[in-house]
Design a protein around this ligand. Sequence first.
Ligand SMILES: [Zn+2]
Length: 415
Amino acid sequence: MAGGDDRIEVNGRAYRRPIRPTVVVCVDGFDPAYLEHGLRTGTVPALAEFHRVGFAARALAAVPTTTNPNNTSIVTGAPPSVHGVNGNFYLDRETGAEVMVTDARLLRCGTVLAAMSRAGVATAAITAKDKLRKMLGYGMRGVCFSSERAAHCTRAEHGIEDVERLVGRATPDPYSEDLSLFVLDAGIRLLERDRPELMYLSLSDLVQHAFPPGAPESDAFHRAVDERLGRLRALGATVAVVADHGMNDKATPAGDPNVVYVEDELAARFGPGAARVICPIADPFVRHHGALGSFVRVYARRIRDLGALASAIRGLPGVTGVLDADQVCEAYELPRDREADLAVFADRHTALGARREDHDLGGLVGRRLRSHGGLAEREVPLILSHPLAGEYAARALAAPLRNFDVLDLALNGVG
Ligand SMILES: [Zn+2]
């Protein structure tokens, strides 16, 4: 779909072919607090350099502030109302089944990565968790794999083989920070060896779920990420850094998870089976957050009176907003046909759950619950290694940026 000036049109936006290798890194769960702490303590020198010579701002993530909707937004350059992915986990209204999103079935549009690769731009996408791979790689020609399944890459399916040899170490444990560092190291090695023109590298938020800014573990992780960002820049790439969502402490002063189980509360008030609550943050890696975040969807069941359900939910501690489907789609650009009857938001330090029995908090023993999903995790850093050209710089400072503007800024805005 190359246009007259050789721009490539995707979802209503025209993207210029990369003028030099361009690497977009989604640092999963990179709350601005980690960045500020790193800049203050000098532990992220590459990011500090990008601030000095490039571009740095805050951007808004898509709602709910979870991994799949935001990674999808970033690679499509569009909100969930366009691409259709509104959670990691959803209820299929037709079958009544609760479905985990592990492929591109829900995706309603093409990605910038696919369009670029089909226009002849050498493109690569590497993700930490394999659940994102099929969505990120949808329609793409080129390299697309996850560090979780690095040992199993085939040229036919992933466009690459021998990834462990390329990176120089074995496939990481999915519950280690190396799941993310391996993604970055693979990107560095690919850039050195094959010089792809466009790369998307998506990390895991395991460390941010477990450790607050200033903890030795999160300092070490962000320092290691920063070193690799500096290396990508030194190899001649435009490096763009963004996040899918922030991260906040959601524990009581005593250290217990601060959770309101919305389905249990509704059952206590209206009787069993009143409503079903779905947590869109749920995924196969729940050990670190127990599938608890600050946003849930409520499907009316035995009780059909949405007004009564909404007012009961509004009275729960920590709940800051209850919107019906029309309201939440209007406010946050969500796909109307995939929205529940009610959307519920909690404050920064409150997590929402379904039924107590649905959530395994065993992995949290000895740790405070840190999670995301709500409006308090909407602000994320957006940083470029290079400055924006005049018109783009003015626009970026005038309007609230979205995290899914990052490809537009990196490809079109950097001179
Ligand atoms: Zn995430």
